[in-house]
Design a protein around this ligand. Sequence first.
Ligand code: ZN
Length: 679
Amino acid sequence: MIMTAIIGFGVISGCGSDRSSEASSSEDFDFFVEQFADLKIMRYKVPGFEDLSLNQKRLVYYLSQAALCGRDIIYDQNGKYNLAIRRTLETIYGSYAGDRDTDEFRDFETYTKRVWFSNGIYHHYSSDKFKPEFSREYFIELVHQSDSSALPLREGETAGEFLEEIIPVMFNPHVLPKKVFSDTGKDIVANSAVNFYEDVTEQEALNFYDRMKIPGDTTPVSYGLNSRLVKENGKLKEEVYRLGGLYDEAISQIIHWLEKASQVAENEKQQAVIDKLAEYYITGDLKTFDEYSVLWVNDLDSRIDFVNGFIETYEDPLGMKATWEALVNFKDLQATRRTEIISANAQWFEDHSPIDERFKKNEVKGVTAKVITVAILGGDCYPATPIGINLPNADWIRKHHGSKSVTIENITYANDQVNLESGFLDEFASGQEEIELVRRYGYQADNLQVDLHECLGHGSGQLLPGTSPDALKNYASPLEEVRADLFSLYFIADIKMLELGLLPDYDAVKAKYLAYIRNGLMTQLVRIEDGKDIEQAHMRCRQIISRWAYEQGKDDNVIEEFKRDGKTYYRINDFEKLRNLFGELLAEVQRIKSEGDYDAGKALVETYYGIRFDRDLHKEVLARYEKLNLAPYGGFLNPNYELIEENGEITDIRINYSGSYSDQMMYYSENYSFLPTWN
Ligand code: ZN
């Protein structure tokens, strides 16, 4: 599975501590590109690429080409008119001879940009068809004043006939309104516009695949994963995505680049992975895909890694058919080292935890998280981007062979940089000192806190003998997040962090505490609609911790609420006392877990503000947030890789970050568009 994509001002990661929205900046690189509709476009940097060997760079390059070659596939999967519409929009965008300096043309541009963003005409997140803000009459005029020879017409079709076909799809809200239909009680297959089924009912599809399943099979293939199910002469038939099959023209390109990548693989294991993937693309055999997945999950030593294929099934109403996605990355050695240091000291942390001795583990093992740097995004990962990956998806492979879980730090970094400049911090921070601390140390402190949470927090402590692991029932999940977060908040302020070289100085702790309390008491509420409650476990967790510390520290004025110009702010007056409060609550939450004290757990979540909050404050925060006019969804442009050649030999590969969003989209459409319009 991919870990949640970038939504709103915050980023949600895997198990996922929610990395806070702010981070340190002061870098001369424009991460923000542009904003339109409800979308914000950013770009990410690829630090460390220059330090790769020439062979590694070539490998990244060839895999990147393979990642770009499947772009048309995701358009066609997302709806069978998408390629026709995209090509028509691009024809207009590239050749329209009329006036471009009008509101109507700007509306046309916005629509085109949205289609690029969503790889089709459906919103990438809600899956609803989005509506052009310009009229169909204007659209017809645009087409007539553009290069008609470039329109994606069918054989013998006139432009008029073509427009009659696509205009209702674009403009009529009742025609194919939803990509993935999920209202149970109606036919979710027939009502979904996603192009995985043609003339097939839900029941027919279910029966078709049920018949394939082998009773007692403990290593089943992922049935239906790489095909479209169609009806031919009344009979159901799979059109398999493979060389010589559906999407042949794009897949043959992907295979070409995989073959080149294979020649510069870092080692034999990795080469076997790449070769097996090519074999799968050639045959379309799902058993080969499983063999590939097993090889891939066992390739742990290579620096460079990638995803390329039909992987995630979120867009299929039946959850079987996978969209095409690709991503190339290399291990971030420095950040991975950070998690290794933490894990290597796991026992020290356990021994020094402020919890009762009876609840401590005698032997504790930390988890090492692999941190990666993304070099290219493709297919369903572009431009809306995951921030972590956890694959493969097949349950039996995960059980027997494990899975790879990674976080993508250059993406979260870019997102944080953009957020820092968005005005959000300036609006909600208590003052200039806080803003500067957070800008300087926020990102580093956030990463360390997430590492402590993930690598140590969840794994620390033990249940008393006889305590049921299910004793806390529905409160288990928010309480578990509370425990892991408290562990990280307590230890991030430990002198040990400085000794291990994980933090530069104590000011980083201040940055973390300020951001955490502000978020928990106030700013995370921007994600909740007026009148609604907090349901998400991580949000409840942060609110419990912040409210509890605020209330418990009231006598000493540890955290202070104050008003300025009628707006609410929070400042921290005593960081040491706050740390002790975190330690106290950690001891209590660990007791609740170790003893299975359901009533106390329930009281903490229900009474101590896990759910309730000040409605007036909520209204105030929403109003302040709205004024900032921030886009709720974000996506990323790719860098460009440039081959440096001498006498026909590649001597280096350089990276540059030039070009606008539209430039990149038009460039990809010109250079990486291999599929016919109608597939
Ligand atoms: Zn967690």
